[in-house]
Design a protein around this ligand. Structure first.
Ligand code: CTP
Length: 409
């Protein structure tokens, strides 16, 4: 994994007991080759001295915006940083950040910087759970702030719960992952999908029999939503065409809600122009009732059985790859057996650039569950992604899509 050589890390330390871990954090970041400059709030200086951090970082430590000699330091530091890491971030500081306060050096430079801001909250578990803190946390996520932790465990106050700052070692690992996922352009972090238009289908479809009944499937939409989030994290401009699911929409995605496969088909065709990458995670019905009754079907006591006639739906994925100028296209395949054979044949038949196949019908993975495992195929290669959360898997899948897209386009 990439190290942090020459990365400019601006470490903000706020006033919590975990501030003492700042010393080890600086040391570990420097061990990875990073340049670290430290800004402390006044409260933080009660827990650890600026002198300690100055000795460890080899740089002047800033505490006060009002120092005459550091009058424009917030602008200088804001420009210098490749990333801002606030660790520990107290409940008070999260509130300041969530509402754009600028009443000390650290909060001011957070407003002045274009570098990504990351925070490692540390507080009493009740304070973390407090409605106000949780709302601030949501708000910060909406602003694109990356939040590391907090961890669950024993706390300095004697209580146990969520609110511990991640250990310095874990924070270093999290920063490395952040830098790995992002490229650097003109000295700034940039997602590898910046400026790319990505269209994703997700969830099940509903094929109506009458106004109250439909045929559907067990897809929860989780995989597609996670893929959308992972693409957004890489800076993509994401449109998510979603069947009926009970998930909150990923922040930053344009959502188009649809119901039937026909509606999904029309929404995809209306949005496809200019798309760079199309990812079909939706579990689209292959058949729908040939006729939709205008009124609720009534039970007929005299009929021993009811026969429902079905007709094929349009294949959205194949329709996209048959367009004159198709985008880089990724399909999904859910199989209960012969995964490799079926996935490879779908890859060819539907003229896909890549297919992500998974076995369904296994407890705990696939449809309607939090975890999954994927076997990915392209024309001359394959890769297996072992079982993990759909969110983690989505990041790995997006990485592979980026690599293949860059090679093939
Ligand atoms: N798909 C689609 N439109 C359809 C059906 C499927 O876009 N009407 C897409 C899915 O989103 C998925 C892929 O096609 O990406 C897999 O389709 P699937 O239904 O599994 O493939 P089929 O070729 O229909 O094969 P089978 O149902 O026999 O497994």
């Amino acid at each position: 994994m990439q190290t942090l050589i020459n990365k400019h890390i601006l470490l903000g330390i706020t006033g919590g007991i975990a501030a003492y871990k700042g010393a080890e954090l600086v040391r570990r970041l420097r061990d990875q080759g990073a340049q670290v400059r430290v800004v402390m709030t006044t409260a933080a200086t009660e827990f650890i001295t600026p002198l300690t951090l100055q000795a460890l970082s080899g740089e002047v430590v800033y505490t006060n915006i009002m120092d005459a000699e550091t009058a424009m330091v917030h602008i200088e530091l804001a420009r210098w940083a490749d990333v801002v890491l606030i660790a520990p971030a107290t409940a008070d500081f999260l509130a300041k950040l969530a509402y754009g306060h600028a009443n000390d050096l650290l909060s001011t430079l957070c407003l002045a910087t274009t570098a990504p801001i990351t925070v490692a909250p540390a507080m009493n578990q009740q304070m973390w759970q407090a409605k106000a803190t949780q709302e601030n946390y949501q708000r910060l996520q909406e602003f694109g702030v990356t939040i590391f932790g907090p961890a669950v465990g024993a706390q300095a106050c004697g209580e146990t719960g969520a609110g511990r700052m991640l250990e310095p070692e874990e924070l270093v690992k999290a920063l490395k992952t952040l830098f790995n996922n992002w490229g650097i352009k003109e000295g700034k972090l940039e997602g590898k999908l910046e400026g790319k238009k990505i269209l994703i289908t997700a969830g099940p479809t509903r094929e109506h029999i009458d106004p109250v009944r439909f045929i559907s499937n067990r897809s929860s939409g989780r995989m597609g939503y996670a893929v959308a989030e992972a693409a957004i994290a890489q800076g993509a401009d994401v449109t998510l065409i979603s069947g009926p699911v009970s998930l909150s929409p990923p922040q930053g995605a344009k959502i188009i809600s649809v119901d039937s496969s026909q509606e999904m088909f029309e929404a995809v065709m209306a949005a496809i122009s200019g798309t760079d990458i199309f990812i079909a995670t939706a579990a689209v019905a292959d058949y729908r009732p040939s006729q939709q009754a205008a009124h609720k079907l009534k039970k007929n006591e005299n009929e021993a059985e009811l026969i429902l006639r079905l007709e094929p739906t349009l294949d959205i994925l194949a329709s996209v790859t048959n367009l004159p100028n198709p985008p880089f296209t990724v399909g999904f395949a859910a199989e209960t057996k012969d995964l490799i054979k079926y996935a490879q044949s779908k890859l060819k038949r539907k003229k896909l650039n890549l297919i992500a196949a998974n076995l369904v019908g296994i407890d705990g993975i696939g449809f309607d569950s939090e975890e999954n495992a994927l076997h990915i195929f392209w024309n001359d290669g394959e890769l297996e992604l072992s079982r993990c959360s759909k969110k983690e898997l989505a990041h790995q899948l997006i990485d592979i899509i980026i690599q293949r897209y860059q090679l093939e386009k």
